[in-house]
Structure formats: C-alpha cells, structure tokens
Design a protein around this ligand. Structure first.
Ligand code: PXG
Length: 299
C-alpha cells in the first residue's frame, strides 16, 4: 500500500504513523477496555448491529461509558472503512478507559477513547477450509465467570494468548480451552461445535465461551438446513469420538477441525455437515450486511 492507512481515534481519521494513545491509558496499563472484531465482505459489513450491541453490552458490564451512541459508533466503523477505500477486510473496534493515573481507579480516567482500525485480514489459507486444521488442549483455562465473565470481550486476552502459544508449540492451528470444571469452553478465538450421529452439539455459553456472533449465525443455518442442535457440556472424550468438528469465529469463519490431541476426528477429513456450513456461511457473508458505499446500496 502506498497511501498510509487511516485510523479513527475519537472522531478523527489520523494517518497510521500518527495514530497514538497515551501511555497512561488504562487500556494499556490494566487491559481496562473492550473490543470487537468485525468483518466486511464485498462492500458490506457483516452483522454490524450485532457486534455494536455486544460492544455496548461488554462496556456496560465493566461500567465503561462508550463515547457515542450505537448509531454513531456504527457510522465511525463505516467512515473508517471508506477512508481506507476497502471492500473486504477486518475492523478492530477498541474502547479503552482512557488516560488516568498510575493506579487502578478508573474514575480518574477523564474520557474513554474509541479506536477503529480497518485492515485486510488473512487468518487461514484457502486449503485449511478444504483440508481442516489441528487442535490441541491447552492448560490455560478460560476465566471463571466469578473472576471475569467470559462473555465480556475485554482487553484481557492473556489466558487466550497463553493458550495460543501452547497450540503453536504443539504444531496446531488452534487451542481448545477448558473451563474450571474441565469441560470444553471454546478455542482461543472461536467457538467449537461437533457432529455426532447427525446431531450437532456445542457447549452452552455458560460453559465459559464468548457468545459468538458467528456461532449464532451457524445455529440459524443449522435450523435452515434441518439439523438438530443441542447445547450441552462437552468433554474432550466427546470431541475425540465425534464424527465431525468445526470452529466458528469472525476471523476464522467456519473452519473444519480434523485432529484433536493427535486423535483423528471421524475419518480425519472434514465431514458433510461441516462442508455444507463452510459453503453456506460463505454465501451469506457475500450477500448480506450493511452497505459501506452508496453504490453498493443501489440496485
Ligand atoms: N471466542 C473468543 C474467545 C473470541 O475472542 C470468538 C469466540 C468468536 O466470536 P465471534 O463473535 O467473532 O463469532 C471470539 C472472537 C483473531 C481474533 O485474530 C478472533 C477473535 C477475537 C479477536 C481476534 O483470530 N474472535
């Protein structure tokens, strides 16, 4: 890219190199803030309203006032994509508590900051969606709801970062995180589903996962495709002995998993339910979403 990227900070679109926040920002000092990862495809933002709603819910849960209404934050997302002249990519929305003192007290932070970064994304190769990826159990657990609700998409992702390091060390693309009881919660950045005897199973959000927006889309797609879905506690054994396994996430989309802790899942290749979902999800992302440019809205 020859033109520098524009980053949105508190109402201004600033050249990437000049886009800075204070070293006193509690987002940096304490991980005190919330975020969202949003995708846009073919000139449309996918599930924008849902992501904005979850951002506001996360902020409410940590008593953080977002500077602006949901409509204004949505407009900031669209403006940032337009300023970078992008049609396909990824938006990172970050709300930090703002600059304060060198102490925990969040009330010393004068004003929260809203940051929007729009960029290209490439998480997994096209072959991964055809061939599947490898999973491993990580020793780093999802935080218990009593410690910090895993439903809050906060800037505290250290457990997940530690889990990702373990997954990479094991030569796997993703790591499975368990909850305190040892049941499957989710992966480091995606929700997990299995298929067994034609039924699709996924842990309930209460098992310690993020209430994934892609997860909800897939649940709707399963209904449309006539597959029964059950939310239930899953153990590692359930995944070892599943016929199919797939992950869902904004960045990962729907991606097949073919091994778990070195055991082949099913016959070790992506199964029919997974393949159908990969395809249907792709169609949906191409054909729906909030238009970014007026020309996209016409016709
Ligand atoms: N679980 C966790 C812990 C997440 O962070 C998901 C599930 C999937 O949720 P959505 O709503 O996206 O379907 C996420 C979100 C990355 C990356 O770069 C991925 C996420 C967040 C931040 C970065 O892979 N996924």
């Amino acid at each position: 890219m020859n033109t520098p990227q524009k980053v949105y900070i508190d109402g201004e679109l600033i050249d990437e190199a000049a886009a800075k926040i204070s070293v006193f920002d509690h987002g940096l000092l304490y991980g005190d803030g919330v975020f969202e990862g949003i995708r846009f495809y073919n000139g449309r933002v996918f599930k924008l309203e849902e992501h904005i709603e979850r951002l506001f819910d996360s902020a409410k849960a940590i008593l953080l006032t977002i500077p602006g209404s949901p409509a204004e934050v949505s407009e900031a997302v669209l403006d940032t994509i337009r300023a970078n002249d992008l049609k396909d990519g990824y938006v990172r929305l970050v709300v930090t508590r703002g600059a304060g003192g060198l102490g925990l007290n969040p009330y010393l932070c004068k004003k929260a900051s809203l940051i929007v970064i729009a960029s290209k994304i490439s998480l997994y190769s096209p072959e991964t969606y055809v061939n599947g990826l490898k999973l491993v159990t990580c020793s780093s657990r999802r935080p218990a709801p009593a410690a910090l609700s895993p439903a809050v998409k906060s800037l505290n992702y250290l457990n997940n970062v530690m889990a990702k390091i373990e997954a990479i060390a094991a030569g796997c693309e993703e790591g499975v995180m368990l909850n305190e009881q040892g049941y499957i919660a989710e992966c480091t950045g995606d929700n997990l589903f299995i298929v067994k005897h034609g039924k699709v199973l996924t842990p309930p959000v209460s098992a310690g996962s993020l209430n994934g927006i892609t997860r909800a889309v897939v649940i709707d797609l399963l209904d449309e495709l006539g597959h029964e879905l059950r939310e239930m506690d899953l153990t590692r054994y359930d995944v070892y002995t599943a016929d199919e396994c797939f992950l869902t996430g904004t960045a990962a989309e729907v991606v097949p998993a073919i091994t778990y802790d070195q055991r082949a899942i099913g016959d070790g290749t992506p199964g029919p339910v997974t393949r159908k979902l990969v395809e249907r999800y792709r169609e949906l992302t191409k054909n729906s979403g909030t238009p970014i440019y007026m020309t996209t809205a016409a016709v």
